[in-house]
Design a protein around this ligand. Structure first.
Ligand SMILES: [Zn+2]
Ligand SMILES: [Zn+2]
Length: 138
């Protein structure tokens, strides 16, 4: 899917800033921070335009937020192939990279009576393949 198709699919107006943000998050296999997305964006947008476009995409669940801790918040493209229960994320404790794990199945938790389920967030911490490779180098 291309950025303009994503916007059409969500019945959103096409703007170059929105399309640019989608292109950036879609082409990255790692989740990106707001600053990283802004840095990679082709074309110049003022703060307000960028912020508004960003919020629109987040509200429409085109991109989703991954909160690792207070200092580390990343965003990734929300693939519609992902289960409605949500999906797990992987945080590399060495390089601080974050990515979506579409292969980890989440099960709906059984909650105490009269509790309502909204969403689950699972964060797996460890070492990513790139960092592991670094270790095995002589
Ligand atoms: Zn790493
Ligand atoms: Zn994700």
């Amino acid at each position: 899917m291309k950025a303009n198709e994503v916007l059409n699919h969500h019945h959103l107006k096409r703007t170059s800033c929105r399309e640019g943000i989608i292109d950036v998050v879609m082409s990255s296999d790692e989740a990106l921070s707001e600053a990283e997305i802004r840095d990679r964006l082709q074309g110049c947008y003022d703060r307000t335009t960028f912020y508004r476009s960003f919020k629109t995409l987040e509200e429409n669940k085109i991109i989703h937020k991954i909160i690792v801790d207070n200092n580390l918040v990343k965003y990734a493209f929300d693939s519609s192939a992902l289960s409605s229960l949500g999906h797990a994320h992987f945080h590399c404790v060495e390089c601080n990279s974050v990515r979506c794990l579409n292969t980890v199945a989440l099960e709906k938790a059984s909650l105490p009576q009269d509790y309502e389920y909204a969403q689950a967030e699972i964060l797996i911490r460890g070492t990513c393949n790139k960092c592991k490779k670094q270790h095995s180098k002589p």
